[in-house]
Design a protein around this ligand. Structure first.
Ligand SMILES: [Zn+2]
Length: 324
């Protein structure tokens, strides 16, 4: 059986669980089991894009009901998981669950609750297994002056880290994006260094929170989806940087730009030019540092393209981006 056939059979089973749930609703008391160990009120099914997820990973959650849905909300590890309705109708909602790059591996319960249009409450629960991410570690011995910023630089970097945290803490309740995401550089289908940890002179640094896309200085950098520019300035580590708020707690980050072409408050469409590739900030050569934050979790940005589809013309027909 091919992988595709297995997946399709799996999908059939999930959605069959829905139909079966309806049939069994009359026979079974209160709750019934769905796929992947999820427990749902009869008439509702919960599907995760994968049963387990590595650190820095992203899950697509789908909730389906036999009745039109009015409200759906989720909670995982003290964080809200927001759901949206797409073109597939009023009996379905989708949500994204991002697992931070440094989330401690283990099993954590995802709870989804909601109400149908006719006022019936429902709930689902599933354990999400977080696995250790398999990311490279690089050990380097370098001269001190290149590793240790001075006091003033440390202060600046800390302030900027807090500034970014404050941005990512805000959840815009509207979904500003619509449809597929794209990789910000034309013709680029893969990135490197996500999650890589550097040990400089024996001191472990933070893991690399984005993916690096190689390109020459001056290459246009495009918005991954529609959104609003919430940061456009020079930062100590990231150099000239832009952050786009896509709504529902989803932000994309673009660093080391040679030029910034937008300002805070600008509404941008998918593919809008945000600036140009450069080598500003702490880098060894020109590239785009592309980051994705989902409800405060640092996630491999290539995964949102993989899960929601690729919006870039260039990538059409080339299949999924590789996840190096
Ligand atoms: Zn980077």
């Amino acid at each position: 059986m091919s992988l595709r056939a297995i997946t399709e059979a799996g999908n059939r089973r999930v959605w069959c669980a829905l139909a079966c749930a309806v049939a069994l609703a009359a026979l079974l008391p209160v709750r019934t089991m769905a796929k992947q160990g999820s427990t749902c009120t009869p008439g509702t099914a919960l599907h995760l894009s994968a049963p387990a997820i590595p650190q820095g990973g992203l899950l697509l959650i789908e909730v389906k009901s036999t009745k039109p849905l009015a409200e759906v909300s989720g909670e995982w590890e003290g964080r809200d998981v927001t759901f949206w309705r797409d073109s597939e109708g009023d009996r379905q909602r989708k949500g994204l669950l991002g697992v931070d790059l440094e989330k401690v591996p283990g099993e954590y319960e995802l709870k989804v609750t909601g109400q149908t249009a006719s006022g019936e409450k429902f709930s689902c629960s599933v354990m999400v297994a977080v696995r250790k991410g398999q990311y490279a570690t690089e050990k380097l011995q370098v001269e001190k002056q290149f590793v240790e910023p001075d006091a003033e630089q440390i202060k600046r970097a800390n302030e900027e880290r807090q500034q970014l945290r404050d941005i990512f803490d805000r959840v815009t309740p509207e979904r500003l994006w619509d449809g597929k995401f794209r990789i910000p550089l034309d013709g680029v289908t893969s990135g490197t260094n996500f999650g890589k940890r550097r040990i400089l002179n024996g001191v472990p640094g933070s893991p690399h929170g984005g993916t690096d896309l190689r390109a020459i200085t001056g290459t246009p950098v495009h918005a991954a989806q529609r959104g609003k520019v919430v940061l456009a300035e020079e930062l100590f580590f990231a150099g000239n940087a832009v952050v786009v708020d896509h709504g529902l707690g989803i932000y994309t980050f673009y660093g080391h730009l040679s030029e910034i072409g937008v300002k805070v408050g600008d509404a941008v469409e998918t593919g809008a030019v945000l600036g140009k590739v450069g080598a500003t900030g702490r880098v060894t050569g020109p590239h785009l540092h592309w980051g994705l934050t989902v409800e405060k979790a640092r996630v491999n940005p290539l995964l949102i393209v993989k899960l929601l589809g690729d919006a870039s013309e260039e990538a059409k027909g080339k299949g999924s981006p590789s996840l190096k």
